[in-house]
Design a protein around this ligand. Structure first.
Ligand code: NIG
Ligand code: FE
Length: 412
């Protein structure tokens, strides 16, 4: 007999089908009943989810009179590992200096790159560990870790190795992305860096098995559509899926190209046009919305109504980074996705669980409350999931369970 556990609450809310789930499908299902609803697991794997009366054994956590059970949040766009904050840039932006101007003045990504180089490995890990723990208490049970602050072959590989070390220690399931082209390194010609990224960095990261995907930032201050094509080729040769930072500060057409290239995701999408929206909807590429960076930069919101009416599959993530989104809370990102982007609460739940699991290549292992999947779930303090977007700034998570283990508990 394996290690068994079960959780009970007033209700369960979970996406039903396997990912990607588009907005024409039922976003999520809610189960409740007189005795509440429950989830049971054995050896870290879910064996039952439904009415509490059907639980195969007595609950080990929760009460049928309180709260809601949902799958653990999957944060699929995260710029950890980084080291050091940039709150003075935030103040400068409030005085009217733009994010682009800070980037041009060697701030922004270049500044985080200098801080990463100046810190030794233990300092970087010591900075990141409490942040991953904070994310765990806020319900993030699977997370992306990205490079992109290395800005040289050796530093990018170092950042990827640090990401793998964090992944080995973290309670969360982690997926590491090589953001091979994030900014043109100082003293380099753009095309020259893209060549080195494609010919040396991506192959070496793949050969060392350091990363699970490759990302590229397409923007007028960063890389072009041709660069995206080159990175996509190199990623395909290395056998790695593609992610794209697309149409964030302005329109480049990167979302449409990401869809054509069969990328796992196109992220940001603030300036994506109708063509891009339709291309995403017609493809298997997930539209990753990052409302916290939109809010923090006071940027133009993505056209979420168009994405929804085209039936694109949508994910929501934090974009946690020191420049455009110092927000590591998925409940906060979900609140912004509802109020700023107009997602219905259960649509936001799908966007925060099953679809981002697919983006990270983990969709067959986690992201739903269904038998056979890893027992990653949250006990929330209100009986309906709608209270999460309804109460921004409140931490709704009573307990975070990963693989059937309670890894964070309120008041513990
Ligand atoms: O996703 N867009 C580019 N990269 C990050 C910001 C990086 C930074 O400012 O440090 C983003 O917003
Ligand atoms: Fe990003």
């Amino acid at each position: 007999m394996g290690t068994r556990g079960a959780a009970v609450a007033v209700s369960i809310a979970t996406a039903a089908g396997p990912p990607p789930v588009d907005s024409s499908s039922l976003a999520a299902t809610v189960t409740d009943g007189p005795g509440g609803a429950g989830v049971a697991w054995e050896d870290g794997t879910i064996v039952y989810a439904g009415h509490a009366e059907g639980l195969p054994w007595a609950p080990t956590i929760g009460s049928p009179d309180a709260g809601c059970l949902v799958p653990g949040f999957v944060d699929c766009h995260v710029h950890l590992p980084f080291v050091g904050w940039r709150d003075d840039e935030f103040e400068a932006r409030l005085r009217g200096v733009s994010y682009r101007e800070l980037h041009g003045q060697d701030g922004g990504i270049f500044r985080s790159s200098r801080m990463l180089r100046a810190a030794d490995d233990d300092e970087v890990l010591g900075f990141c560990r409490p942040l991953l723990d904070e994310m765990l208490t806020l319900g993030t049970t699977a997370v992306e870790l990205k490079t992109g602050y290395g800005l040289s072959v050796e530093e990018e590989l170092r950042q990827a190795r640090l990401a793998r070390r964090l992944a080995a220690e973290a309670a969360q399931a982690c997926s590491v992305t090589l953001l091979a082209c994030h900014a043109v390194p100082d003293g380099w010609d753009r095309a020259e860096w893209v060549g080195v990224a494609c010919d040396e960095l991506i192959p070496r990261a793949a050969a060392e098995r350091l990363v699970d995907a490759v990302d590229v930032y397409v923007e007028d201050i960063a890389f072009t559509l041709d660069d995206l094509d080159a990175v996509a080729d190199a990623a395909a040769v290395a056998g790695l899926p593609l992610r794209v930072h697309a149409d964030q500060l302005g329109h480049t057409g990167a979302a449409a190209r990401a869809a054509e290239l069969g990328a796992r995701s196109a992220d940001h999408l603030n300036h994506t046009d109708t063509g891009g929206t339709e291309a995403l909807a017609a493809s298997g590429t997930i539209a990753v919305l990052l409302p916290a960076s939109t809010f923090f930069l006071r940027a133009r919101p993505a056209d979420v109504a168009a994405l929804r009416s085209a039936d694109a599959a949508i994910a929501v993530a934090t974009d946690f980074n020191p420049g455009t989104s110092p927000v590591c809370s998925m409940p906060e990102a979900i609140a912004m996705a509802s109020t700023v982007y107009g997602l219905a609460p259960l649509e936001a739940l799908t966007a925060a669980t099953v679809n981002p699991a697919h983006v990270l290549g983990l969709g067959d292992r986690l992201g739903r409350l269904a038998p056979g999947l890893r027992a990653d779930l949250l006990l929330l303090d209100a009986p309906r999931f709608a209270s999460v977007p309804y109460r921004p700034g409140h931490d709704p998570v009573v307990a975070t369970i990963v693989g059937g283990e309670v890894v964070a508990e309120r008041g513990a």
